[in-house]
Design a protein around this ligand. Structure first.
Ligand SMILES: Cc1cc2nc3c(=O)[nH]c(=O)nc-3n(C[C@H](O)[C@H](O)[C@H](O)COP(=O)(O)OP(=O)(O)OC[C@H]3O[C@@H](n4cnc5c(N)ncnc54)[C@H](O)[C@@H]3O)c2cc1C
Length: 437
């Protein structure tokens, strides 16, 4: 099995920064940067910088990082990059830990394309610009008396970045964030702008989880819910309890998840259910709190970590979790970070890890300062044996060949991508390995 292709990406932790200056790849990147400078694609502040993702494990040296302010500027960036022979990769908050965004061409950030564009109070549908950060959206929706149906572990991602990888929270009846998308606006590699909605169901199903390979998602229309409060209860349980109770607890609660700490031999179980009670009613009760969904679902993660996650069929979830726990205890007893298990409802987005099947999402974590590749490589085959599909935004070693039997619509997605971007302007080495083979 080939290692994850890295292209222009280097692990910054392992390589002194000056080493990035050397070699043929770097010479090509410098030449591209000179070309980009010549056509005015590079801002002064960004001339010299290497880009890194949130964890710091993925780094690249883009020729330019550009911040268009509207669809016309997005189209202009795509056209000018094409003229300069450069790849363009859209980037959100950079919270993915696979090399989806890495490029020595143009990194296109929508941090100037944020906020609510349209809001329809009668349907609860809200159109937000692609660069809007989920945290800001949560607060803005609350002001309209609305909330998203679910959120993941954090809310620092952008809307376009989160849906592009199938980002999800936990809840048997709750799909990932992309399943809340009813329409989106796509600026494809040739600069054409498409409003993709219910009248183009196939394109919408492909573009909801797109890895940023079909075009730039400049706006997303989401189906929101009336704002709701959640009552969270956490308790410490044993691995035996996780195995025995996970399925019934996941069925009993709107949200349920477990974090098992193999080194310490216990798990934290977290259940959340809607409530109309006031936060004060549980003040001082250990392991309980009440709050608005957008405040209580996301955590703040200050310590950097590496993560591998796979989506396995729901009925294989607990067995897979047990097998991972056993291997962690037997071969990696020093790992202090948790093994996490959540549930996600089936959906119909072509590249969604939950496509067509109810899912358990299982994650392995490692301290961001410690080596993670050997650990993850030792555990990854367990996911494969349990029918796992990788989280696109986390560490994995899959390529098109390995994915073929796992993602029923992968070939359809690859063909659509080829039609929309025949010159591969939006592809980097990582995406080529996944989508071109
Ligand atoms: C601390 C932490 C906690 C996390 N918790 C969860 C969790 O609970 N559940 C979960 O599922 N995942 C989780 N993740 C993973 C994370 O949600 C995904 O990797 C997500 O895609 C990151 O969003 P982003 O805005 O940072 O996008 P980026 O990582 O910057 O980009 C992700 C993808 O989106 C594409 N993209 C970005 N903007 C656009 C655009 N405008 N148009 C088209 N494509 C675009 C990029 O090209 C790339 O392919 C977590 C990650 C971290 C670091």
């Amino acid at each position: 099995m080939a290692r994850e292709p890295v292209g222009a990406v280097v692990a910054l932790r392992d390589v002194p920064l000056r080493a990035l200056e050397g070699g043929r790849g770097a010479r090509r990147a410098r030449a591209q940067r000179r070309r980009a400078l010549a056509i005015g694609l590079v801002s002064d502040a960004e001339r010299a910088g290497a880009w890194t993702n949130w964890s710091g494990a993925i780094a690249c040296r883009p020729a330019a990082v550009l911040h268009p302010r509207d669809d016309a500027e997005i189209a202009a960036v795509l056209a000018r990059a094409a003229a300069a022979g450069q790849c363009v990769r859209p980037v959100g908050s950079g919270h993915s830990s696979s090399a989806l965004c890495a490029t020595d061409g143009v990194l296109l950030a929508l941090d100037h394309c944020t906020g609510i564009e349209r809001f329809d109070p009668s349907s609860g549908r809200v159109t937000v610009r692609g660069g809007t950060v989920l945290h800001d959206l949560g607060h803005a929706l609350r002001r309209h008396g609305l909330a998203l149906a679910n959120l993941g572990d954090i809310d620092r991602q952008t809307v376009a970045g989160a849906i592009a990888t199938g980002t999800h929270g936990t809840g048997r009846a709750l799909g990932n964030l992309s399943s809340q998308v009813v329409a989106l606006r796509l600026v494809s590699a040739d600069g054409a702008m498409r409003d993709v909605g219910a009248d183009a169901p196939e394109l919408l199903a492909a573009a909801r989880v797109s890895l940023g390979a079909l075009g730039i998602v400049s706006a997303v229309t989401l189906q929101a819910l009336p704002a709701y409060r959640l009552h969270e209860r956490t308790e410490r349980i044993s691995l035996t309890d996780v195995v025995a109770r996970f399925a019934s607890e996941a069925a009993a609660h709107r949200h349920f998840e477990c974090f098992y700490f193999p080194r310490h031999g216990f798990a934290e179980a977290k259940a959340l259910d809607p409530t109309t009670a006031e936060p004060a009613s549980v003040a001082g009760v250990e392991g309980e709190r009440i709050g608005w969904s957008h405040e209580i679902l996301p955590s703040v993660r200050e310590q950097k970590f590496h993560e591998m996650e796979y989506a396995v069929p729901e009925d294989a979830g607990v067995a897979c979790f047990e097998a991972l726990a056993a291997r962690l205890r037997a071969r990696h007893p020093a790992v202090a970070w948790p093994l996490e298990i959540r549930t996600v409802a089936a959906d119909d987005a072509w590249l969604s890890p939950a496509y067509g099947r109810a899912t358990c999402a299982i994650s392995v974590h490692q301290d961001g300062r410690k080596p993670h590749e050997d650990l993850f490589a030792d555990l990854e085959p367990i996911f494969w044996e349990h029918g796992g599909r990788p989280h696109w935004g986390k560490w994995h070693r899959c390529d098109a060949k390995r994915l073929a039997g796992r993602h029923p619509r992968l070939a359809d997605f690859a063909a659509l991508r080829e039609r929309l971007d025949p010159d591969g302007r939006l592809l980097n080495a990582h995406l080529r390995a996944l989508l071109v083979g």
